[in-house]
Design a protein around this ligand. Sequence first.
Ligand code: NAD
Ligand code: TYD
Length: 335
Amino acid sequence: MRVLVTGGAGFIGSHLVKRLLAAGDDVVVLDKLTYSGNTANLPLDSVEFLEGDIAVAADVERAARGCDAIVNFAAETHVDRSILGATDFGRTEFFGTQVLLEEVRRSGQRFVQVSTDEVYGDLEAGGFSTEEDPLRPSSPYSVAKAAGDLHIPAYVRTFGVNASITRGSNTYGPNQYPEKLIPLFVTNALDGEPLPVYGDGKQIRDWLYVEDHCSGIELVLREGKPGEAYNVGGGNEHENIEVIELILELTGADRSLLRHVEDRPGHDRRYALSTEKLQRVGWRPSRDFREGMRETVEWYRANRAWWEPIKSGEFRRYYERQYAQRLRASTSSPA
Ligand code: NAD
Ligand code: TYD
């Protein structure tokens, strides 16, 4: 099969690209190379790489020519950045997904929309989100993702396209741009920089190793039903502070680096997914959380050449804007 992977130069997309190549598929990558897109994530001699935008129909048409399937990872992906300004999020997530579906409607490719558990919103009271739950997004990022998702059942119903959705939980592993909790804290810990914990640090996320996320997406690509959504969750619920303690242990960093800072506005307390539906199709996550974290820390330790240039560029300006004031007012225990 020839597969177009949009956003394939990013973290999760680049892992799916390698997985598809190993399975014998041909892969085309269309990526805008925003701040988080990085061709160093890709085996460029084995894929056809096109720089371009999913929100531009001519770019999509050119990339999709001759493809049997499209898997859409392209997105603005960081909640904190969406709070600083969300225009690009709506453009890529909502309008870009629509442009892709117009191509699918015309040319008939199989389509998988890679989405997130964050579209279900907060689960502070307990329980697990199922695919039937209403979408209650609460950050500008998750609103944009939910808006993109809404196209899929509408295009299936109206035009009969062959499209499904995956909703993954918080993903970690090698090659993740160092702005999200785990890669930011691992690289800061390795550099002896402060670890800025939002609020009390008792928020809960369900952590999923990137290879397990990709095996779920691949299964949905090959066997998912049109119009259906499939949750892909790690079954590893942890408070942030537990994850941070593990990072301190695995990096050997001093716990004085830990700083409690002003909370993220609108911060969702807990996400957790029911994955029974995908398990019925045969999927199981295989990576133990501690083992996955050990491998991830070792990857960042061994690959400074990958992340040091990133942390000195555009990232620096973002980091100052997001953290400088917070760190000046930080405390060593929750306020
Ligand atoms: P990432 O930020 O590492 O990668 C996003 C990629 O999309 C980048 O390569 C970027 O250049 C590209 N891109 C952005 N706008 C584009 C556009 N308009 N046209 C073409 N390319 C564009 O993000 P990631 O963590 O790999 O996330 C990939 C997908 O998985 C996203 O859709 C995200 O919502 C979803 N997801 C992520 C997580 C997670 O924990 N990281 C969890 C669940 C779902
Ligand atoms: P993040 O990795 O940004 O993923 P998401 O917000 O999409 O779940 O954040 C994971 C958790 O870590 C979330 O509860 C916010 C928290 N967090 C911090 O405490 N400090 C930080 O600097 C970052 C980036 C996140």
